[in-house]
Design a protein around this ligand. Structure first.
Ligand SMILES: [Zn+2]
Length: 299
């Protein structure tokens, strides 16, 4: 079982660059987490995989945060030493065991805020994951089986309320774009204290979209209007790429609406959509899947 789990989360070397020289690197394999690293050596971690993947994530982070791969040297695979990368935040796509498994440890390690949907505050502090329903008979059966076998998918390590001044959490409840006027990225303009995320630097543009469906509190991260990290809004590991619908979800029609939102809220320059499970999807493919299903799934 352990070997199988290690296979799901082994360190990975895939990475992508935007034209602004922001790097998106895949930290683990099938149960994926990513680091978004700016040319100014600042990073956000997007999702933290399952708890057993901690060693793999740490290895990948050590590799990527302490070295810099110059794009011009990609072909020769030359890694140039540069100042260590500073992790400024961890963004959680949603609160499931295979995404939030290491969030408490990594937030403590990097002493950085966690950005997640506002409704997840208590779930993070208590380490509670609520699995969604199966989207088809097979996954409904799998859920029942996991309950019978008492496989724990409902808890992860809770956030210590004493780290990061007890506010290890920036809840957002609306779509967010970086505010270019300020050195920091505005995560939430609230009448009470303003909540800021230290910027990744002048060249990197982050946008967080609420993309519910798999869960009510799911987020996607858009990087430089070119690459989208979408969590479990779709999967892409099945052969022939015919089915990308998430096997578990709370609201099928909301999934389709969120696919549409991704397509209309990002410009044509956004061509790569990276799920947590499986391979990237092109914009054209996402459009095709949306058009195929948009009228088929009703509430
Ligand atoms: Zn999930």
């Amino acid at each position: 079982m352990l070997k199988y789990q290690q296979l799901l989360t082994k360190p990975h070397q895939k990475q992508w660059h935007t034209t602004r020289q922001t790097r998106v690197v895949q930290l683990t394999s099938l149960w994926q987490s990513f680091a978004v690293i700016s040319p100014q050596s600042r990073a956000v971690i997007f999702d933290t995989s399952a708890a057993h993947a901690l060693n793999h994530i740490e290895q990948s982070l050590k590799h990527y945060l302490n070295t810099h791969t110059d794009r011009a040297n990609d072909n020769s695979r030359v890694h140039l030493e540069s100042p260590p990368v500073k992790v400024v935040a961890i963004i959680l796509s949603h609160m499931h065991f295979d995404h939030a498994g290491n969030i408490a440890r990594l937030a403590q390690r990097y002493n950085c805020p966690i950005i997640a949907h506002a409704s997840l505050h208590n779930a993070l502090l208590k380490g509670i994951c609520t699995m969604p329903q199966g989207a088809n008979p097979l996954t409904r059966f799998m859920l029942r089986l996991s309950q019978l076998l008492k496989i724990n998918t409902s808890t992860v390590q809770s956030i210590d309320p004493h780290i990061n001044d007890g506010v290890a959490f920036l809840g957002i409840d609306n779509d967010i774009e970086r505010d270019n006027e300020d050195i920091s990225t505005v995560i939430k303009r609230h009448p009470e204290p303003l909540i800021f995320l230290p910027a990744l630097g002048e060249h990197t543009h982050l946008k967080i979209l609420l993309t519910p469906g798999h869960t009510d509190a799911s987020l996607s991260l858009i990087i430089d209007d070119e690459i989208a990290l979408v969590g479990d809004l779709f999967v892409n590991y099945l052969p022939f790429k015919r089915h990308i619908f998430p096997p578990f979800c709370n609201d099928k029609s909301a999934v389709i609406e969120s696919w549409h939102k991704l397509l209309i809220k990002t410009p044509e320059t956004c061509q790569l959509f990276l799920p947590a499970h499986g391979n990237l999807l092109s914009r054209r493919s996402l459009q095709m899947h949306y058009e195929r299903l948009q009228n088929k799934i009703v509430r």
